[in-house]
Design a protein around this ligand. Structure first.
Ligand SMILES: Cc1cc2nc3c(=O)[nH]c(=O)nc-3n(C[C@H](O)[C@H](O)[C@H](O)COP(=O)(O)OP(=O)(O)OC[C@H]3O[C@@H](n4cnc5c(N)ncnc54)[C@H](O)[C@@H]3O)c2cc1C
Length: 501
């Protein structure tokens, strides 16, 4: 590393955090010739996505359902390289197995005929409405792409104009996802299967706007993808590309303060001292970054009161189980639904307690690829939706007990022997908060449980501090790996234009 390019000399841009948002932003900036340093407090890059390898079992701890591959592909395209030289995605068909409490199974597929057959097995009426629902889902996705996902909304005129208003009216922001689904379907299985899309953005189907019905189109038509070698390979591929483009990535370095002079960012104070930069991009949770890294006098528009008004998204309770058994009833992605879906969200968002009868999601990447677990064994990532952290639930007291309960629930659904796993690792919302500084342990930033929190998220540009930008799940366009990857690229693009490269 030459002194001229060392992170000790003034950088064009310092990025706080190495999640998908931070990495994609860094690649865009460095590809344009800017000097960029990423500072990451964890010992490995990846943010909420980390890799765990133990006793021959490979796990991805964090995101596992990968959608919208073009959001990742464009990071590589814009850098002038072939994504396949860095990471390979493969399409999963069927996408997801949905298993209901009465034993009914629907393998979500791009094959509409098969989908209708599977739905017709329990509801002829719902099957007849499937095409119409998918048409609406496709048009919602097109609308979101056209007006929302692919652009920054920086100026009031970007948000408040006739075109946006028309678009907003077309997506019927006041109609809740569950209400929209009920215009098409009436059977609880279908309502739960498509209502679950709200959780892809950390929200409740009974509260979030109907725009998230677009996930029906995304899952069935755009596809769900596996990543060769595990989801973490996406992070590995982006990290390699970032380094090739000259980005300095320092792990195990915590930013303690964003340094502001005369209303303008000048750098960051870290446990390795002051590092100077013309711009700072915060990839950490916007609410945590403001609360922890900016003195109150520098965040008049993000006061503690304002921060407290945002509702965090759901969190997650994860179990990684390496077990010397195989389960014929599992696909790469399998969801076990409870008898009733709605109480789960009342528990999570109303009582802030773990659900009494949870939906349990399993990712078994060993289904698609050998080598992820020893021969004859399974590497299971088990996820239960959890409330964001509050006094209502104490993980230190409840972790073991609730963890056993989840395994017993799975046993009752035919996934037995998990208590005898070779590897059994639990990961709680509290640990997510400790590791990534996610505000109240939320995994998708703020929830999308209201029109405002969906369409008017904290902006990508600080309105308090000149030169401070935000990327990642809490800001625009929203949470989930492809969307935060887009946020990094959009901010990168804007800074390249602004900094004259
Ligand atoms: C259990 C789980 C399951 C999930 N499942 C899915 C899924 O199936 N599909 C999907 O698309 N999404 C899923 N998600 C959500 C997805 O992981 C996130 O939306 C995405 O990874 C967030 O990326 P990000 O760019 O916002 O940054 P983050 O991943 O939040 O990374 C931010 C980084 O900033 C660092 N940082 C913060 N403050 C500082 C500081 N002061 N100094 C230095 N570094 C700092 C943090 O350590 C962290 O590494 C899941 C998340 C979890 C936890």
């Amino acid at each position: 590393m030459t002194e001229a390019s060392s992170p000790r000399t003034k950088q064009d841009v310092i990025i706080i955090g190495s999640g998908f948002g931070g990495l994609s932003c860094a690649i865009r900036l460095a590809s344009a010739g800017l000097r960029v340093t990423i500072l990451e407090r964890q010992s490995h890059v990846g943010g909420k996505l980390q890799q765990v390898v133990q006793d021959g079992y490979h796990f991805d701890r964090g995101p596992s359902t990968i959608t919208m591959p073009d959001a990742f592909r464009s990071v590589f395209d814009q850098a002038g390289v072939q994504m396949e030289d860095y990471v390979q995605l493969y399409e999963l068909e069927p996408r997801t197995r949905n298993v209901f409490a009465d034993g009914t199974t629907v393998d979500l597929s791009k094959n509409r005929g098969w989908m209708k057959e599977q739905i017709a097995a329990y509801s002829q009426q719902d099957a007849m409405r499937y095409d119409a629902f998918m048409d609406e889902s496709a048009s919602l996705y097109a609308e979101a792409n056209r007006h929302f996902l692919g652009k920054l909304l920086l100026k009031p005129s970007d948000k408040y104009n006739l075109q946006m208003l028309r678009s907003l009216l077309r997506v019927r922001p006041a109609v809740k996802l569950d209400a929209l689904l009920r215009r098409y379907f009436s059977h609880p299985h279908t309502l739960a299967m498509f209502g679950r899309y709200a959780t892809y953005v950390g929200s409740s189907p009974y509260l979030c706007p109907s725009i998230f019905a677009m996930m029906g189109h995304v899952e069935a038509e755009v596809g769900i993808y596996g990543v060769k070698g595990g989801t973490y390979q996406l992070i590995e591929g982006m990290t390699r590309l970032a380094r090739e483009k000259g980005v300095h990535i320092l792990t195990g370095v915590e930013v303690h303060q964003i340094v502001v002079r005369h209303g303008k960012v000048v750098g960051v104070d870290t446990d390795r001292g002051l590092m100077e930069a013309d711009r700072v991009v915060a990839n950490g949770d916007v609410l945590s970054v403001n609360r922890l890294l900016l003195a109150q006098e520098h965040r008049k528009r993000m006061s503690d009161d304002r921060i407290a008004k945002y509702e965090p998204s759901i969190s997650g309770f994860v179990t990684l189980a390496g077990v010397r058994r195989q389960y014929g009833q599992l696909l790469h992605h399998t969801v076990f639904f409870p008898e009733q879906y709605e109480p789960e969200f009342e528990h999570i968002f109303g009582d802030r307690m773990m659900p009494a009868d949870p939906t349990i999601y399993l990712c078994y990447s060993g289904y698609s690829e050998s080598g992820m677990a020893p021969v004859g064994a399974s590497n299971l990532f088990i996820l239960v939706n959890a409330p964001y952290l509050s006094n209502a639930w104490n993980w230190e007291q409840q972790q073991a007990c609730y963890g056993d309960f989840v395994l017993e629930q799975l046993e009752a659904r035919g996934i037995g022997g998990l208590k005898q796993s070779d590897v059994l690792i639990r990961y709680t919302p509290q640990q997510i908060a400790q590791d990534t500084l996610a505000h109240q342990g939320s995994i998708y930033g703020i929830s999308s449980n209201s029109m405002k929190q969906t369409f008017m998220r904290p902006g990508n540009q600080s309105s308090d501090v000149q030169g401070l930008w935000y990327v990642g799940g809490t800001t625009h366009p929203g949470g989930g790996t492809p969307i935060v990857t887009l946020s990094g690229q959009l901010v990168g693009e804007q800074l390249v234009a602004e900094m004259g490269r």
